[in-house]
Design a protein around this ligand. Structure first.
Ligand SMILES: [Zn+2]
Length: 131
């Protein structure tokens, strides 16, 4: 997701900033501490000074679908920043599948036949056959 966000954003997403995304922080638009999700539609790159400004000033930001950020300055002016590369959501990561292993049972029961033979042993032939 980090790489995907870097391609989407290319730069810091603060209005007018061109600091490269690769040298920026990934910020939770809705603060993680306040329950914001770690998801592509709640993450955006901010350079360190703008990341600090977002958290320590009256600047406010919301994120629209497609990674569009709507900023409101302390003076109540609105700014919109669009992603450099509009993209659909990243593909979900496939679950990690462990290699198949043959597990033995914890005890020796696997050595005992699961079903007993149904045939009775053949009785011995009589000593004096009838022929
Ligand atoms: Zn910036």
């Amino acid at each position: 997701m980090k790489k995907w966000l870097r391609v989407r954003d290319e730069t810091c997403r603060f209005p007018g900033c061109s600091h490269p995304a690769v040298k920026s922080d990934v910020d939770h638009t809705d603060d993680w501490a306040g329950g914001g999700r770690t998801d592509s539609d709640n993450l955006a790159h901010l350079c360190e000074p703008h990341h600090r400004l977002k958290h320590l000033s009256q600047w406010r930001v919301t994120q629209e679908p497609g990674g569009i950020l709507l900023w409101t300055s302390p003076g109540k002016r609105s700014y919109r920043t669009d992603p450099a590369t509009p993209m659909g959501p990243p593909r979900p990561q496939p679950p990690v599948v462990e290699p198949k292993t043959r597990k033995r049972p914890a005890d020796d029961t696997y050595l005992v036949p699961r079903h007993r033979p149904t045939r009775q042993p053949t009785p011995p032939a009589p000593d004096n056959p009838p022929f």
